[in-house]
Design a protein around this ligand. Sequence first.
Ligand code: HQG
Length: 195
Amino acid sequence: MFLHIRRSAVFWRTMPSSYTRTSKFMSLVLRHRPEAAGVSLDANGYVAVETLLAALARNGHALSREALGELVATNDKKRFAFDETGTLIRAVQGHSREVDLGLEPAAPPDLLFHGTVEKFLASIREEGLKPRGRQFVHLSGDHATAVAVGRRRGAPVVLTIDTASMRGEGHAFYLAENGVWLTEVVPPAFISLPE
Ligand code: HQG
């Protein structure tokens, strides 16, 4: 019993970092550069699970189908999802590749948040939020998440987006499977900067 508990403790200390490493590689492959792992995405962003597992193994990320399931289920931002048959897998948002996630326009809360940093503000004031390298602008439903998104790049600055007015002017919003809100662009008129 004692030995079993000790082994579990080691398991839990070591697995998350190896999953994090693999998750980062999967983000690269499933969002941006599938060719880096010798695979291609279908029109909906999926790759066969068997193909991905083989590609991961070739690139120093060997893991079992069961471990992949655990990585997907425990991923901090729920970045990946299987299709309903469990034989295909994709990233649920964040793509720079043109993929059709099959999302229907959805009604967001009247305000959403976007975490960024000071150095981008002049340009954002001028031209609004653009997807830059990605397919969509990413917005958060809560302030705390936007703070965390901004902090990836430095001292976070959180912008508030008037989604109610945007929808009134015909802008569509999509809710990714992991709760991230997506839209094509946010013109400056709908952005409030903090004081
Ligand atoms: C900025 C992470 C100048 C924008 C996160 C952002 C998120 C402008 C950067 C997800 C601009 C783009 C996405 C303009 C936008 N002028 N700068 N006109 N418009 N920007 O990484 O939203 O861990 O593509 O403010 O948690 O930071 O990868 O987008 O700083 O959910 O799963 O240009 O990625 O999730 O950066 O992050 P990004 P993001 P993962």
